[in-house]
Ligand binder design. Structure first.
Ligand SMILES: Cc1ncc(COP(=O)(O)O)c(C=O)c1O
Length: 370
């Protein structure tokens, strides 16, 4: 059987009773939309992050779209972010008519190069959108400092960083608002799509609740003051996420154990392993390694039935859909270098150790490490 970077099936085998019980609970509750499970999950997810308000939405992309809208960002406003990210980060900004502005990433941890922020600020800048990519946080003190000085909002993209900690504070509590995805592969993943926004700001939370519900107040049905979306978190997914949130610390332990085994097994191979930035507790959403011979290595592993992934092979600023932004080749040199060298190894808490050893052995052989 082909070894892949991710599968939900081993976890489902272990958790089947609880997952099916969650589905049954909702089906028998008499409330299929915006019921007790969504409200309960919103409360528990916010409490887990020590943030006052949680708003469940339909996916991580719309979590960003709605958070930006609630922050008042729209047509022509500039939002500073990175091009080494999943395309939806940038799609969300562009969908509002706002303008994504890219800074490069750092060559050691592949995260936003915060030293470039100041120079990227213009009179049209409204927001900084740091992406806590692969499972660890951007250096938030400089982000917050630049934002404070220029009166900018900070929206954290936490789609890949559930449970990550930065200088003692949890990802999702470090800006004006934070956007999460519960896409099935994520550290906290649903059995379908889901997302959430967290914020300490009560007014912002109120705007988000209206925006995800056509623009209507929960308590004042059929009255729209400002048109919104239909972006509700599904009740079944919310109940599954509630159950899985209780196991999040165990999932993180599992991911860290797998990361330690990769680090031990691949230490002397010449492969560049993930660097944990100072002050960070990494949750290893992805285990991203780097090598100049990336394509050969992936081909050799593919011959042994090991299918690896690249996150991401096309930097967003070089995609044809974003050509209008006008970033020529070479404009983000670290991002572009990484796109040609990085790849991801299988990483999920229920990955069995035998499969992991097969990947380590295959890589050692391909790299000529004995
Ligand atoms: C960094 C990042 N931002 C945003 C998203 C969008 O989330 P979703 O797929 O739930 O819309 C994802 C996931 O694909 C992501 O990895």
């Amino acid at each position: 059987m082909t070894t892949r970077v991710w599968s939900y099936l081993p976890e489902y085998e272990r958790e089947r009773e609880d997952i099916l019980d969650a589905v049954r609970t909702v089906f028998e509750s008499g409330q299929l939309v915006l019921g007790d499970s969504v409200r309960g999950f919103e409360r528990e997810f916010a409490t887990f992050h020590d943030v006052a308000h949680g708003v469940g939405v339909d996916n991580g992309t719309n979590a960003i779209v709605l958070a930006l809208r609630a922050l008042g960002i729209g047509q022509g406003d500039e939002v500073i972010t990175v091009a080494n990210t999943a395309a939806p980060t940038v799609v969300a900004i562009a969908s509002l008519g706002a303008v994504p502005v890219f800074v490069d990433v750092r060559a050691d941890d592949y995260l936003m190069d915060v030293d470039q922020l100041e120079a990227a600020v213009t009179s049209r800048t409204r927001c900084v959108l740091p992406v806590h990519l692969y499972g660890q946080c951007v250096a938030m003190d400089p982000v917050r400092e630049v934002a404070r000085r220029h009166g900018l909002a900070v929206l954290e993209d936490c789609a890949q960083a559930h449970g990550a900690v930065h200088r003692g504070e949890i990802a999702g509590s470090l800006g004006n608002a934070s956007a999460f995805s519960f896409y099935p592969t994520k550290v906290l993943g649903a059995y379908g799509d889901g997302g959430a926004v967290l914020t300490a700001d009560e007014e912002l939370a109120g705007r988000l609740r209206r925006l995800r519900y056509y623009g209507m107040d929960d308590g004042r049905y059929y009255v729209v003051e400002s048109p919104g979306h239909n972006s509700r978190l599904d009740e079944v997914q919310a109940e599954i996420l509630r159950r899985k949130l209780r196991r999040l610390p165990a999932y993180l332990d599992g991911r860290r154990r797998i990361a330690r085994r990769y680090a031990e097994g691949l230490a002397d191979t010449g492969l560049v392993l993930p660097a944990v930035a100072e002050g960070n507790e990494h949750v290893y959403y992805l285990y991203v390694v780097r090598h100049a011979r990336r394509d050969d290595l992936m081909a050799e592993l593919s011959e042994r039935d090991i299918a690896l992934n690249i996150s991401y092979p096309w930097p967003v600023h070089r995609m044809s859909g974003f050509a209008y932004l006008g970033y020529p080749e070479g404009s983000l040199p670290v991002t572009e270098m990484l796109a040609g060298q990085i790849f991801s190894l299988p990483m999920y808490p229920s990955l069995d150790l035998g499969t992991q050893d097969k990947v380590i052995d295959a890589l050692r052989d391909a790299l000529g490490a004995t």
